[in-house]
Design a protein around this ligand. Structure first.
Ligand code: SPV
Ligand code: MG
Length: 299
């Protein structure tokens, strides 16, 4: 059987671009899979948000790991885990790679910010970066720790977020490639994709490029393909959809006389039974009965 890391590598080789969608728990990851996305992004913003805490290295590595593992347990498509800064220095990264890889996570992303980090799209947030050398140390540690070459270490360059300019972003990406990263995630908070296009058109490296078009959400998939971007992550739309839907429903629920008034606007029990595979219980029971019969047990 193929590992999830192998599946992700094969998808990368066979498709012009991978559409990856963020999830915040097992249910949302399953919904992402059901509609046909290539992979799931277990993002720190969404996982922090469902715990109602800031995306600022508040949750521990174990909490993020548990959230991503629950997604792996219910999905056939690969899960890519956002590991923020790697939760410490090279030794922390070494530990996390062992843990995440053996749990069946296909790839991890680590970013070159200083711990504790803050969400990259926070206006006036703190976005100080680690030195290039210190981040290279984390990539080397990650590579040393991984067991299979297919497991991907995505190095996330935050130089554009930190306002350090294009030359710095390119220099860092080249250094991270040389240190053994398997892909480069270049992040931008601009509201148009020009800065991302400038980066990909001028860096001249060999690694697949990953982008997160949240702020520059007007960019079209064909434009990303034209610029040879290999993975696009729709990081937080599922979280925001859930937040909007729950808020809308609660505002109606507090006003109505009876819950039948909102019945048509929410998923049915049936929808949820399907998602949690309730009907498999009956099929499994029937199969067990058959096996008992074959073994000569009376029912
Ligand atoms: C996340 O989804 O947690 C990310 C992407 O890291 S961003 O929120 O844009 O920093
Ligand atoms: Mg994050």
């Amino acid at each position: 059987m193929k590992t999830n890391a192998e599946i992700l590598r094969e998808l990368l080789d066979s498709k012009p671009i991978l559409k990856i969608c963020g999830a915040y728990d097992a249910m949302s990851a399953k919904l992402v899979e059901n509609v046909g996305f290539d992979a799931v992004w277990a993002g720190s913003f969404a996982i922090s948000a469902i715990n109602a805490v800031p995306d600022a290295s508040i949750l521990t590595m174990t909490e993020f790991f548990d959230a991503a593992s629950k997604m792996v347990n219910v999905c056939k498509i690969p899960v890519i885990a956002d590991c923020d800064t790697g939760y410490g220095g090279p030794n922390n990264v070494r530990h996390l790679v062992k843990k995440y890889e053996s749990a069946g996570i296909a790839a991890i992303s680590i970013e070159d910010k200083i711990f504790p980090k803050q969400n990259s799209l926070l206006e006036n947030g703190t976005h100080a970066l680690l030195s290039e050398k210190d981040f290279v140390g984390k990539i080397i540690a990650a590579n040393d720790a991984k067991q299979n070459k297919e497991f991907m270490i995505i190095a996330r360059v935050e130089a554009l977020i930190a306002g350090l300019g294009m030359d710095n972003a390119i220099k860092r990406a080249r250094a991270y490639e040389k240190a053994g990263a398997d892909a480069i995630l270049i992040h931008s908070k601009k509201h148009t994709p020009e800065e991302i296009f400038e980066f990909v058109d001028s860096w001249n490296g060999n690694l697949p490029i990953v982008v997160v078009p949240t702020n520059y959400g007007t960019v079209k998939i064909d434009e990303l393909i034209q610029h040879k971007i290999k993975m696009t992550i729709y990081a937080n739309q599922t979280l925001r959809a859930a937040h909007a839907a729950i808020t809308r429903t609660l505002n109606e629920m507090i006003k109505v006389e009876s819950m039948s008034e909102i019945k048509e606007k929410i998923s049915s029990m049936e929808d949820i039974f399907q998602l949690q595979e309730m009907y498999d219980l009956q099929t499994n029971e029937a199969a067990l009965e058959e096996k008992y019969k074959k073994l000569g047990y009376e029912s």
